[in-house]
Design a protein around this ligand. Structure first.
Ligand code: FPP
Length: 246
């Protein structure tokens, strides 16, 4: 049962409900190991949890959910594990083609998607077209994403614009910089959750999480239920957000 449900029509409870939640979905491998299963089973279970959590976020009025599905560093994992995660993405994207419109979900992929297998890139394109007609929750899936890469690419884009004479260096401010990131147009996440008992950001949303409340939980991601998300939101509701003021 949701603790804080935003009334989608008038936005009631907005003060305690984050509009944008980001999640580092960590602990899939350990979840599988604990059960004597291969790591890939943990990722499959994690993918199911991700679906459950996205539906739940939509039902309680969270406007944006951003998840870290595959980092720029994850290519270093054994090839079969990388392929397993790509297969899960493929399956998710295929299923989504049929369900997005019905569930009214806007799906976005953030990261350097050009390096992904061609068929996944095509599925992302198809999903984008379907998503554009939807009006519900925005689910951002970060794939081949790295916070530093995001910042470096934004700097390159802006440098190119200066070189082309389109902007002056003094015009580069936080707003313009934000608009040059993969997350352009997204509000910064108010709540960033990491499951899996690690307390670090691991190159996720480095720029965007400057003022996020950080919630670390020992729960392994496949065990992260809507009730556990409620606990995180409840914790968030008790935080005083001062943004550097008093
Ligand atoms: C981190 O856990 C998890 C990942 C690197 C992959 C996350 C991917 C999914 C949940 C599936 C993505 C699919 C969709 C449809 C978005 P870990 O493997 O590092 O866990 P460990 O720390 O216990 O080893």
């Amino acid at each position: 049962m949701a603790l804080f449900r935003r009334n989608k029509k008038n936005g009631t409870a907005a003060a305690v409900m984050p509009r944008h939640i980001a999640i580092i979905m960590d602990g899939n491998g350990r979840w599988a190991k604990k059960r004597g299963l291969p790591r890939s089973f943990g990722h499959s279970a994690g993918a199911e949890t991700f679906r459950t959590i996205s539906r739940y976020c939509d039902s309680i009025g969270v406007e944006q959910l951003t998840v870290f599905a595959f980092s720029t560093e994850n290519w270093k994992r054994p090839q079969d594990e990388v392929e397993g995660i790509m297969d899960l993405l493929r399956k998710y994207l295929r299923d989504s083609c049929a369900q997005l419109a019905e569930e009214n979900v806007r799906l976005r992929f953030l990261g350097d998607t050009d390096r992904l297998p061609r068929d996944i890139q095509e599925l992302i394109g198809k999903n984008r077209v379907i998503s554009d007609a939807c009006t519900g929750i925005i689910v951002n899936v970060c794939v081949n994403y790295g916070g530093r890469l995001d910042i470096v690419r934004a700097a390159q884009k802006l440098a190119q614009k200066v070189k082309n004479g389109e902007i002056q260096p003094e015009e580069i401010d936080e707003e313009l910089f934000s608009e040059s990131l993969w997350t352009r147009g997204l509000p910064d996440p108010e709540l960033l959750i990491r499951t899996g008992a690690e307390s670090r950001i691991s190159n996720f949303l480095l720029w965007q999480s400057a003022y996020s409340e950080l919630y670390f939980t020992d729960t392994l991601f496949p065990d992260f239920t809507p009730e556990k998300l409620d606990e995180a939101i409840s914790w968030f509701a008790g935080r005083k957000r001062r943004f550097g003021g008093v």
